[in-house]
Design a protein around this ligand. Structure first.
Ligand code: ADP
Ligand code: ASP
Ligand code: MG
Length: 412
């Protein structure tokens, strides 16, 4: 008998028929002799609807009340799921984040999990029930409701799995697993059988939303194998596991895109020690996370600095940059919010030269200008005009031979 955590994403719960379908899967797992704990997202579109309501009533909603509101989508599906399981004749009980004491810090809208009390879950499992936990929500030390950031039910699921020492955690979604690129954008994308935690971490941080990055971090930290699979088929999905368990060694295992960033440039700032430190500490003090940074070669004691921030934070960053530009006597600032960051990712890049040149060549052949470049041991990212996202992903996917039946390269 194994203990399995099954997480169902919004599309797997969109409407009562899908909830019933998921309930049948859950009950089948239970009848196969396993203990099952389910973590649910809100129905597809529900969190967006609630976020929209909050912004319609207030341009700057109170974060505490925002969390009270947006957490309700998961509360609804947890109760509906339990009713569907009970209708199949199996005992079941729902828990809100507060009821299983998913204790978080107080950072409303992006809270971090600090502890979970699994005693109530264990009691229910012991009486043979299927436990359904509302994902995405927790409470802080004072009992205020918090939420874990968009996509946070993935993190709830892995945290519950870690706290229960579950054998593995299944992530049911609307695609068959983790692909070499977004299957909804690149038709030739191929399902990966296994990826390492580190590759998945990199992919999640580069915009692959099939798993929230913090869920992958948790899974790696506690050694919980993740099985990303479709709730609409019985096919094996993708296992996210330790590097030793990944048999297929690819130089490049994926092409990712992120259209959620904007670019800011400050021109003609003094090239003296402390300027960059000042700019980036002001930005981070305002709670904004900077991603790619490029500084030009200095000419006559002045330089230009370009960086990217989440698109939603641009309106907060621009006035701050204008103030700093005035203070430093800079030549000016510009911004662009129609950019995309395209990346190639792969553990094999650690010991392969030539990936960057191949990437830049194919982009130039497609007439795509590279605006910024950022590299790490296992990824190369470029910032380009947003309108070329699909073209760039498809071209890179092809040149790195990631499509069906190709892409395997012998380790050298
Ligand atoms: P859920 O509602 O189940 O949490 P998400 O919408 O958060 O699902 O994540 C699934 C989506 O992630 C897919 O529909 C797909 O478009 C997108 N995606 C982007 N890149 C990839 C990739 N490399 N592999 C699989 N899915 C991807
Ligand atoms: N419902 C939340 C969201 O849409 C959490 C999740 O689905 O993981 O972001
Ligand atoms: Mg998701």
């Amino acid at each position: 008998m194994s203990l399995i955590v099954q997480k169902f994403g919004g599309t797997s719960l969109a409407g009562l028929d899908r909830i019933r379908h998921a309930a049948r899967r859950i009950v089948e797992t239970r009848k196969a002799g396993h203990e099952v704990v389910v973590v649910v997202s809100a129905m597809a579109g529900e969190t967006d609807r609630l976020v929209g309501l909050a912004h319609d009533i207030s341009p700057d909603p109170d974060p505490r009340e925002y969390d009270v509101l947006v957490s309700t989508g998961e509360t609804q599906t947890s109760a509906l799921m339990v009713m569907a399981v009970q209708a199949l004749g199996v005992p079941s009980r729902s828990f809100t984040g507060a009821q299983v004491r998913v204790r978080t810090d107080t950072a409303h809208t992006r809270a971090r999990i600090q502890a979970i009390d699994v005693a109530p879950i264990r009691d229910e499992l012991a009486r043979g029930a299927i436990v359904v936990v509302a994902g995405f929500q927790g409470t802080d030390q004072e009992g205020n409701i918090t939420t874990l950031g968009r996509g946070g039910s993935d993190t709830s699921a892995v945290a519950v799995a870690a706290a229960l020492k579950a054998d593995w955690c299944e992530i049911y979604t609307d695609v068959e697993g983790v692909f070499t690129s977004d299957p909804n954008m690149v038709p030739a994308a191929r399902k990966l059988e296994r990826v390492s935690y580190d590759e998945m971490l990199e992919m999640a941080s580069l915009g692959v939303k099939v798993l929230q990055i913090r869920a992958v971090k948790f899974a790696k930290q506690y050694g919980i194998p993740l099985h990303v699979r479709s709730s609409f088929s019985d096919e094996e999905g993708t296992w996210v596991v330790t590097e030793e368990d990944v048999m297929e060694r690819l130089v490049v295992s994926g092409v990712t895109y992120n259209r959620g960033e904007a670019k800011v440039t400050i021109f003609g700032i003094p090239d003296t020690p402390g300027v960059a430190a000042r700019i980036f500490s002001e930005i981070s003090d305002s709670g904004v996370v900077v991603d790619v940074i490029v500084q030009n070669v200095s000419t006559r004691g002045h330089t230009d600095l370009t960086f990217t921030v989440p698109r939603g934070d641009l309106s907060r960053v621009l006035p701050l940059m204008q103030r700093l530009a005035d203070e430093f006597g800079a030549a000016g600032i510009t911004s662009d919010d129609s950019i995309a960051k395209i990346s190639v990712v792969g553990l094999g890049m650690r010991d392969h030269a030539g990936v960057a040149s191949k990437m830049f060549r194919v982009l130039s052949e497609e007439g795509i200008n590279i605006e910024m470049i950022n590299t790490s041991e296992i990824k190369i990212s470029v910032v380009i005009e947003e309108k070329y996202t699909e073209l760039a992903c498809r071209a890179l996917h092809e040149v790195f031979e990631l499509g069906a039946g190709t892409g395997i390269s012998e380790e050298s």
